[in-house]
Design a protein around this ligand. Structure first.
Ligand code: FAD
Length: 408
């Protein structure tokens, strides 16, 4: 196989493009195969912990990502029934100095475009749209991505970054369809003028109530607000991005205080998702093929970490490819050994948070409020250190053995 044969990346979402950027940083050529006719992301917000900024820097897009982020003052948890504040973690100098990076929110489309531009600017990255990969096959030296029309594309290796409904995962793991959580999420982005004045907080805010929660935060330099409304209504079927009217979003929120309920009335062009995730998988790799992002570890969005984990995957994969001088037989197992426990923790903890922190009722909600309110600022920072802390991304053999020079 010629040395300039690319690594195939299936999927041009945030994970796939981040993987291409990471590989280019260590001098490795890639070809991104995206099934859609253009690269795009839905218009909604995304929260970014300090671990995301660490990944941006290592992927070479730190400056651009920092420019478009909105830096919130705090992360607030409100009781959706009483409208009282339960927790307020200041995202201030102490936070930044502890984690060496900020907490921020961005428009998902803006972030995706940062990666698109970085890919366009690199001689080592080619992106091909209208390229739905349905299967792969491999021998000892190479792998072929097989497109829907039967075209075969040769690569040194293949990375399945094709999201929740991954075709590549189906071959590598074969663990059936994703789990339907029964949680329905509605999303809307509105101009700042439409946001109720008493809720125009420069904060990432979550109102937790029985079987439901409401999230809002500013976007795009404070000119817009991202609204996310979730109801645990035991919806049986997966749904992705279905347009719905406000009447539908209102259902299940009668027991919520009028203050957060205003958010539902102000939202426009609501879209509905029925959320899915999976059990953590111990193996993501089949010879020259591995998985990344939602294809590897789809999770509920309750820790706001799906995209952050995909970008961490991209950094770690590039580090291990560099450390193994491109030998995927060594790099892929090392990559997965570092990533599986950390992403499994986020997958499982996200489920737990939905049930026991965001959605409880009665005595359980009282207990939640008491426990959350009793923590000091420092105790909160200690509690999230495993996720946001500077060592989070480096856990594993490469950190112990030295790891990457380029992406360290
Ligand atoms: C309501 C909600 C809120 C969220 N909030 C946050 C947040 O605040 N912070 C955060 O970090 N994460 C958040 N997430 C999670 C985050 O959106 C995902 O984890 C992340 O986008 C996954 O990126 P990915 O590239 O792995 O997959 P995807 O974004 O799904 O991209 C997969 C790409 O592969 C392409 N594709 C699929 N199949 C094929 C094929 N067969 N051949 C070729 N191409 C293919 C698709 O068209 C797509 O472009 C949220 C998710 C939801 C649902």
């Amino acid at each position: 196989m010629a040395s300039d044969t690319p690594i195939l990346i299936v999927g041009g979402g945030i994970g796939g493009l981040a993987a291409a950027c990471g590989l280019a940083r260590v001098g490795m050529r890639s070809l991104v195969l995206e099934k859609a006719s253009e690269l795009s992301e839905i218009g909604a917000g995304i929260q970014l912990g300090p671990n995301a900024f660490r990944a941006f820097d290592r992927l070479g897009v730190g400056k651009e990502a920092r420019q478009l982020a909105v830096y919130v003052d705090s992360i607030r948890f409100m009781d959706a029934v009483s409208a009282e504040e339960v927790m307020n973690i200041a995202v201030d100098e102490a936070f930044v100095s502890r984690f060496e990076d900020p907490y921020a929110v961005v428009h998902r489309g803006d972030l995706h475009r940062v990666f698109v531009r970085a890919c366009e600017a690199s001689d080592l990255i080619e992106v091909r749209t209208d390229a739905p990969v349905v299967d792969y096959d491999q021998d000892g030296d190479s792998v072929s991505g097989i497109l829907a029309d039967g075209t075969r594309i040769a690569g040194r290796a293949l990375i399945g970054a094709d999201g929740l409904w991954s075709k590549i995962r189906k071959r590598v793991i074969g663990d059936g369809l994703p789990r339907v959580s029964g949680h329905t999420t509605y999303r809307s982005v509105i101009p700042v003028e439409d946001m109720p004045e008493d809720l125009r907080w420069n904060a990432s805010v979550l109102w937790g109530g029985p079987k439901c929660h409401i999230v809002h935060y500013p976007l795009q330099g404070g000119q817009a607000f991202n609204l996310v409304v979730t109801y645990h209504n035991d919806a049986p079927e997966p749904v992705m991005g279905l347009p719905v009217d406000t009447e539908m979003v209102r259902r299940g929120f009668d027991h919520v205080h009028p203050k957060p309920r205003q958010v539902i009335e102000r939202g426009r062009n609501w879209k509905l998702w029925v959320l899915c995730d999976r059990e953590p998988a111990a193996n993501w790799t089949d010879g020259r093929v591995t998985l990344l992002g939602d294809a590897a570890h789809p999770m509920m969005q309750y820790m706001a970490q799906g995209a952050c984990m995909a970008m961490e995957d991209a950094v770690c994969l590039a580090q291990e490819m560099e450390a193994a001088s491109g030998d995927v037989g060594r790099a892929f197992p090392a990559y997965q050994a570092r990533r599986v426990p950390r992403t499994a923790r986020v997958q499982l903890q996200s489920r737990f948070i939905g049930d026991y922190v965001f959605h409880p009722d009665g005595a359980s909600a009282q207990l939640r409020n008491m426990l959350m309110a009793s923590k000091t600022q420092d105790e909160w920072l200690d509690a999230i250190d495993w996720l946001y802390g500077v060592n989070g991304l480096s856990h594993g053999p490469a950190a112990i053995g030295g790891g990457s020079k380029t992406l360290a």
